[in-house]
Design a protein around this ligand. Sequence first.
Ligand SMILES: Nc1ncnc2c1ncn2[C@@H]1O[C@H](COP(=O)(O)OP(=O)(O)O)[C@@H](O)[C@H]1O
Ligand SMILES: [Mg+2]
Length: 337
Amino acid sequence: MPDGAKPVLDVRGLQTVFRTRGGDVHAVNSVSFHLKPGELLGVVGESGSGKSVTMMSLIGLLPMPPAEVRAGEVLLGDVDILKITPEQLRDVRGRRIGFVFQDPMTSLNPVFTVGNQVMEPLLRHMNMDKKQAFARAVELMELVGIPDATRRMKDYPHQFSGGMRQRVMIAIALACDPEVLIADEPTTALDVTIQAQIIELVKDLRTKLGMAIVWITHDLGVIAGIADRVMVMYGGQVVEQAPVKELFANPQHPYTRALLKTIPSVSGQREARLKVIEGQPPILGAAPTACPFKPRCGHAFDRCGNENPQRRALGADPVGYGHDVACHWDARTGGPV
Ligand SMILES: Nc1ncnc2c1ncn2[C@@H]1O[C@H](COP(=O)(O)OP(=O)(O)O)[C@@H](O)[C@H]1O
Ligand SMILES: [Mg+2]
């Protein structure tokens, strides 16, 4: 990734709210991040922290209502894709941004053959005829490591294993050679061996194809092996962001530090390995006026209850390009900032 390269995707101040009978749910609060060409950004945070809603907001996949994107810009190249028409956005989604979700059984249509589903984006976006699309679909199935690809084109999703279905989803996501691939917990439903194979596949494809990737997971261990940069989310906000080595060597936010302690050590006993962070994630009922992590934080002081901390840069880099953290406590001094 060339330094200083213009981001392929630049998200600024994204705010998404669900309007429900019980009141508004502030799922995404002023989230900003960028993605440089060819880079892999890992997004971590426990369940409910706003990872999926962030990504679905920016590609227009949330049901609206109840969802409402209240603020923000999502620049894909020079175009704000929050401002384009639904037809233009559909085109962006199929062609320029590919995505893979957790459960390939609900993402694949059970009544169509796998071949048909891999051919679909090629026919729709790439101006191919059926013969060309078939040939390209076979190539894509081979690319993602599906054995005997030509024959398997005629099979239905239920005839594939979970790991093979996820490979099919990756083939579909990559069909139109997108600039950005968004993978939302793509291996969570798979067993550990298959999970490792899918991660290897994505690493390999990234080298071959050079797209930028957003990889969402609640598992920092996975991130350690694949990401260039990591964004940590908590309570609908970005609480810390840094290059991967820096984040592991020098975590600043008390939440990140707690998350790192939950990673099983290679040599550790299974029972002793899995620690959980005590306390409950926040209820996102109101726009936050305090730090969302305060109730679970061992370092909180008065200011944390009165003011939601802004992201501040560590070192000389401007926010977003080096290491930044949203916390009133300074991990380096052990006192207030
Ligand atoms: N359809 C919905 N209606 C109301 N709230 C929702 C809806 N979908 C998601 N949320 C809320 O948005 C928050 C973020 O969810 P999500 O992005 O799915 O978390 P993550 O992907 O990090 O596990 C959660 O508090 C969740 O309850
Ligand atoms: Mg999710």
